[in-house]
Design a protein around this ligand. Structure first.
Ligand code: FAD
Length: 450
């Protein structure tokens, strides 16, 4: 018995040693030998990554393009505002990633963990490597709920919600329905975020919900922003100040949310700016709290040689080509492009990126395309009302698609955003055939009269 035990232990040890050395050799091999090599690797299968990879996969041929994307589900994030306001069903916001990646591309369902631009390889979460000739980085921006003390414990219950996460977006409408009195707070952080209009859109939808339920006079709506303006571009800032006044939404500038006390239902803000009370904190009780979390670049990008000092992929703001590594491009929320981070911006950027990247791949000397900073923020202000901000984030100049003044609330703008653009997103942008309204604008507002 003892001998048998000894034999089995010894053979276990022997086979474990063999397994361990084989595993170590495999890991070492995985760490040094690329598992696969592609003409183009796209990191991130979100709005920007798919707009690029779908076209490039068609142009370069089957399996020449790989898309690295860990999430099994793709979200059309602009729809989250409508879900939070009870105007769309959550089921409309998502589709399986495998269904939206081009059939000509290879989907690698893992996270990228490291980029080595000298070796032209990407290391995946499991330690294996993928080699590329050209790389597009489109990994978006990270939500940092942990950046606000107490928020992770408080969110998802007792009136605390966020349209920014698929996990909490359905709480927004539920909690708004249950709010009948007291204080409803809506926050916007001081960090760069995606869709800088979304934190206030939901305040106007809440106003409408409270009015419809007949409880508006019992609920105070307070919008707190860490920034010094309600919107970056003056034309739309004036419009939104007027909307806020009309809806009796109190706007508090330079108030940055720093702490949420869930059990006590209190939110603490730090006062920013250079006013007399800058640096002080104030604590406000809430009955409903919609939080837009601070956001930050992804750590693996920030810690890589392709990032700028702020942690974003360091690309030329016009050509979208990396400032140091000529075979790397980036677009969307993870890029250093100094414009407002939206899917509309990523669509316009995708056109420029594809043009310049294909030129480079084909060795063509066609002049480079240049991105002009176009971005758009559809500011929903009610069930059939919307201010359709379109502008260059580089110059702050409006670039409106239509001949009417888009800073005015319009039912047409609402219909376009709520009913037309979601279909354009699924059927055209993700397939690489929609790059924004620039061609339409030549017909509908040729002289940019606004
Ligand atoms: C509430 C809300 C409302 C919005 N409203 C609007 C609007 O009205 N109009 C508008 O134009 N935009 C709007 N946006 C913004 C818009 O959704 C984003 O700006 C857009 O999706 C950016 O595209 P992207 O490709 O850069 O990033 P994303 O679409 O976020 O895609 C990034 C992808 O990278 C993947 N990824 C992350 N880490 C890794 C990794 N390590 N390896 C590989 N892949 C990784 C992610 O899973 C994700 O699929 C809104 C966003 C929100 C949240």
């Amino acid at each position: 018995m003892l001998a048998a035990k000894f034999v089995s232990r010894s053979s276990f040890r022997h086979s474990w040693t063999r397994f361990a050395s084989t595993a170590a050799a495999a890991a070492a091999a995985a760490a040094t030998t690329p598992a696969a090599s592609y003409k183009l690797v796209v990191i991130g299968g979100g709005a920007g990554g798919l707009a690029v990879s779908s076209t490039l996969a068609r142009a370069l041929g089957k399996n020449e393009v790989a898309v690295i994307e860990p999430s099994p589900v793709h979200y059309q994030q602009p729809l989250f505002t409508f879900v939070g306001g009870g105007l769309k069903d959550f089921s409309e916001t998502h589709r399986p990633t495998a269904d939206v990646v081009s059939p000509d591309a290879r989907l690698i369902q893992q996270a990228a963990a490291e980029i080595d631009p000298e070796a032209s390889t990407v290391t995946l979460a499991d330690g294996s490597k993928v080699a590329y000739d050209f790389l597009v980085v489109a990994t978006g921006i990270e939500l940092n709920f942990a950046g606000i003390k107490g928020l992770e414990d408080a969110i998802g219950k007792d009136g605390v919600a966020s349209n920014y996460s698929p996990k909490y977006v359905q709480n927004t409408y539920d909690f708004l329905q249950n709010t009948t009195k007291g204080n409803a707070l809506f926050t916007m952080p001081a960090t760069p975020i995606k869709c800088a209009g979304a934190p206030q859109k939901i305040a106007y939808l809440a106003d409408e919900i409270f009015r419809e339920k007949g409880v508006r006079s019992n609920v105070a709506i307070n919008y707190y922003t860490g920034l010094g303006k309600i919107f970056a571009v003056d034309k739309y800032a004036s419009a939104m100040n007027a909307v806020a006044k009309d809806r009796d939404v109190n706007v508090n500038l330079f108030h940055d949310l720093v702490e949420v006390d869930g059990p006590a239902k209190k939110a603490t803000f730090k006062l920013l700016g250079d006013g007399p009370r800058a640096g002080e904190s104030i604590t406000v009780p809430y009955d409903f709290l919609h939080v837009t979390p601070p956001m930050k670049p992804l750590d693996f990008i920030k810690n890589s040689p392709i990032a700028n000092a702020a942690g974003y992929v360091d690309v030329n703001q016009f050509t979208l080509q990396h400032n140091k590594y000529s075979n790397i491009y980036s677009l969307g929320d993870c890029s250093s492009l100094p414009t407002s981070k939206t899917a509309a911006a990523a669509a316009a950027q995708s056109q420029v990126l594809k043009h310049n990247l294909l030129n480079q791949i084909r060795g063509s000397d066609v002049p480079a395309a240049e991105y002009n900073g176009y971005t758009s923020c559809p500011l929903v202000t009610g069930k059939h009302k919307l201010v359709l901000a379109e502008f260059s984030g580089y110059t702050g100049t409006p670039q409106e698609t239509f001949f009417f003044n888009q800073a005015k609330e319009h039912a047409f703008s609402y219909w376009l955003t709520a009913d037309v653009l979601p279909a354009v997103y699924w059927n055209s942008m993700l397939k690489g055939t929609w790059a924004g309204p620039a061609p339409i604008r030549k017909l509908t507002n040729p002289t940019n009269i606004n």
